[in-house]
Design a protein around this ligand. Structure first.
Ligand SMILES: [Fe+2]
Length: 287
């Protein structure tokens, strides 16, 4: 059986959410959902997630999985909201536990905040196989951007790459967040690029040059021929030198502080304080 894939692009955060399913009335997985967040007012809203819900309902899908490729630094996950509306198990790579440890310290989170990944419904191991209804899927550990990044491979044909490769004219994900490593990302991208030429790759983001519209679907062959950071012939040392120099010029993402605090909780908001309000923290001079 082949998978059907529906994409939802969020222009505010340049994130792509995917719904993967086997056809009308089947089970589905939702990958990397977005909870809208206005950092000026501190308000969350669900316009992006509601578009996904409308599609799931129109196609009469039942949600089996709410997959995260990693703890995102650029948007808040809508997984708990989708779970409340539609059901499904929230899952991420098992190395999220290490990421939680790093950021619990940076944010000095409440003592009750557990570092065992138990905020998520399931922690995937590298190579783990799972099903999305009738579809066969497996998990591929692709660290480098963060230590916990996972790619999801569906029917050995559709690969949801997370923050590894970007579109060929954009290149690759940054490696300068805590736990990031450009050498590691190089090896992760080779795992993806060693797949058959016609494998379809689904990007987590697109940051298009001004001359083109956002797009997010490409192939292994296209990446090996044209990726500006990782086409065939680029050595590990060349990649690491380029990536390190480029990362030194990049500002932190707008939403890194709110996003990480919420995404290491599987998208759950922090606990309310005694006045009933939830707060996010801004660590000064710490990141
Ligand atoms: Fe990311």
């Amino acid at each position: 059986m082949d998978a059907k894939v529906q994409s939802f692009f969020d222009p505010a955060t340049s994130t792509v959410t995917y719904v993967i399913h086997g056809g009308r009335g089947s089970q589905c997985a939702i990958v990397d959902s977005v909870l809208d967040y206005d950092f000026r007012s501190g308000h969350t809203s669900t316009t992006s997630a509601d578009a996904v819900i409308a599609y799931v309902r129109a196609e009469q899908l039942s949600v089996q999985w709410l997959l995260e490729t990693h703890a995102h630094a650029d948007h808040l996950s809508a997984a708990p909201y989708l779970q409340q509306q539609l059901g499904g198990v929230i899952a991420i790579g098992e190395d999220i536990r290490g990421v939680q440890g790093v950021f619990k310290k940076i944010f000095n989170l409440e003592p009750e905040f557990c570092l065992d990944g138990s905020q998520f419904g399931h922690l995937f191991k590298d190579g783990e196989r799972f099903r999305i209804g009738e579809l066969n899927a497996r998990v591929l550990h692709v660290p480098g951007h963060t230590p916990a990044d996972m790619a999801y491979v569906v029917e050995e044909k559709h690969v949801f790459v997370g923050d590894t490769l970007f579109m060929p004219d954009v290149g690759s994900a940054r490696c300068d967040f805590p736990g990031g490593n450009a050498h590691t990302l190089y090896h992760s991208t080779r795992k993806l690029l060693d797949m058959p030429d016609d494998t379809i790759l689904y990007m987590c983001h697109d940051y298009p040059p001004v001359a083109r519209e956002a797009s997010w679907i490409t192939t292994v062959a296209e990446q090996r021929a044209r990726n500006i950071h990782l086409h065939d012939g680029i050595s590990e040392d060349e990649f690491v030198a380029m990536r390190t120099a480029r990362d030194a010029t990049l500002a932190m993402p707008n939403l890194i502080l709110p996003a990480i605090q919420i995404n290491i909780r599987a998208g759950h908001l922090p606990p309310s304080e005694d006045n009933g309000t939830r707060y996010l923290k801004i660590p000064l001079n710490a990141l």
